[in-house]
Design a protein around this ligand. Structure first.
Ligand SMILES: *Cc1c(COP(=O)(O)O)cnc(C)c1O
Length: 430
């Protein structure tokens, strides 16, 4: 595989940006080698600067549910951009995207657009604190909520671990406001709330944790969170930056039929442009400025070009059977690979929820907690990764990252991928 152009670009990039990248995982540190520099994408395919072509399952880390350069999205962007890129004043497109979402989502009444998932989460936490007058937040080990200071925290052992930051530059006084608990453990949440509910503003969770492997939570656990939050006057925040519009238009909220107090969005909502959002009931959202006294603002919030991309993409998602088709394709991929794994007796698990899939070197059928992931096996992932790359399949460059099937993947693409994955496992494990 030719990679000289990517290598050259990376050498140059390293002199200009920390690690040569603008977001760390792109640097390929966990799989080794040189990051592949992309120059274009169309449908399910992306092409790098050395003209290698790949079937893409990273899909920009989730946003591109229609695949690359979708014609309707592209046209919407072009049409809008010709009229100016930003006004810093309200536009009709903001109404259109807000209404499109709210009228098709039974769990929210009012929405505020921001420019990233991180910003959405940060604002949702401020809102929860403003509404409850309390300051601590419960998060779960293995859930990622963007690079918000107080959420860059990992768990230690013990019942209530006051967080230790995974990043330097975060004051202890911030992480002291964060309590980290293991996923899918009802008892720990219950005892923590019993003891500390008077200080806890919110529980934040990815209802489908998909940033540290794919950790499937039991419905019962999620329902229990809802009940406890109601009992103790704690707000339940579903961080649906990945799962929103992904496992159904109403995301994990609709899938599990659980009413959270606040939902955060990102990724798919912007059709490949930078958009995030947080949404809730009228009562809660009316605490946000200028109506209420929880301040939150943004120069480029509700940017018309980004709104138009979101509108075009979400309209496509609303078409009949859109999510059924996606699910079938992801099932086809997972079933195809699984058959081979079982026939060979490999200790690998692969599973999906909707069009999100993940495989891990594990003997468990599916994982629910971060500590069940065997980090020692990530060297095997790196080998599989490079084998797939050589054979024209692009995944996010880390074994902790999930894959996404888009509407642009054909059955033929899926079948090619199954063959490549089986071949990669055979090569690496034999
Ligand atoms: C990606 C992600 C974020 C952060 O969004 P950015 O747009 O990268 O800031 C937050 N929460 C979840 C669940 C995510 O997957």
């Amino acid at each position: 595989m030719k990679s000289s152009n990517s290598q050259q670009l990376f050498e140059k990039a390293k002199t200009l940006m920390p690690g040569g990248v603008n977001s760390p995982v792109r640097a390929f540190n966990s799989v080794g080698g040189t990051p592949v520099f992309m120059k274009q994408g169309k449908g399910a395919y992306i092409t790098d600067e050395d003209d290698n072509q790949y079937i893409d399952y990273c899909c920009s880390w989730g946003p591109l549910i229609l695949g690359h350069a979708n014609e309707n999205t592209e046209n919407a962007i072009i049409e809008t951009v010709r009229k100016g890129t930003s006004f810093g004043a309200p536009t009709a497109l903001e109404n259109e995207l807000a209404e499109l979402i709210i009228s098709n989502h039974s769990y929210i009444e009012k929405i505020r657009f921001v420019s990233s998932g991180t910003e959405a989460v940060m604002s949702a936490l401020r809102l929860a604190r403003g509404v409850t007058g309390k300051s601590k937040i419960i998060k779960f080990e293995g859930c990622y909520h963007g690079h918000v200071d107080s959420l860059l925290v990992k768990a230690g052992s013990g019942l209530v671990t006051l967080g230790e930051s995974t990043s330097s530059g975060v004051p202890t006084s911030f992480t002291n406001e964060t309590i980290v608990l293991p996923l899918n453990d009802e008892e720990k949440v219950e005892t923590t709330l019993e003891q500390m509910h008077s200080e806890i503003a919110a529980i934040i969770i990815e209802p489908i944790p998909a940033n540290n492997g794919l950790l499937l939570q039991s419905h019962k656990f999620l329902l229990h969170l809802r009940e406890l939050c109601t009992k103790y006057n704690v707000l339940l925040i579903f961080d649906e930056v990945i799962s929103g519009f992904r496992v159904g238009f109403e995301g994990a909220t609709g899938l599990y039929k659980i009413q959270p107090d606040i939902i955060t969005f990102g990724k798919i909502i912007g059709g490949g442009m930078p958009v995030g959002a947080y949404a809730s009931s009228h009562a809660i959202m009316n605490h946000v400025s200028p109506l209420g006294n929880v301040y939150q603002a943004g120069t480029l919030s509700g940017n018309p070009v980004a709104m138009s991309a979101g509108i075009a993409q979400l309209k496509a998602c609303l078409q009949e059977d859109f999510y059924h088709h996606l699910q079938h394709k992801a099932d086809r991929l997972v079933d195809g690979v699984k058959k081979h794994i079982e026939a060979k007796g490999y200790e690998i698990t692969i599973y999906n929820i909707g069009s999100i899939f993940w495989f891990a070197f594990s003997d468990m059928s599916h994982l629910t907690r971060a500590d069940q992931i065997n980090s020692g096996k990530m060297s095997l992932f790196a080998k599989v990764y490079h084998h797939l790359l050589e054979n024209g399949i692009y995944f996010g460059p880390s074994g902790y990252e999930v894959g996404f099937v888009s509407a642009a993947h054909s059955n033929e693409d899926i079948d090619k991928t199954i063959a490549a994955m089986c071949n990669a496992f055979d090569t690496v494990l034999n």
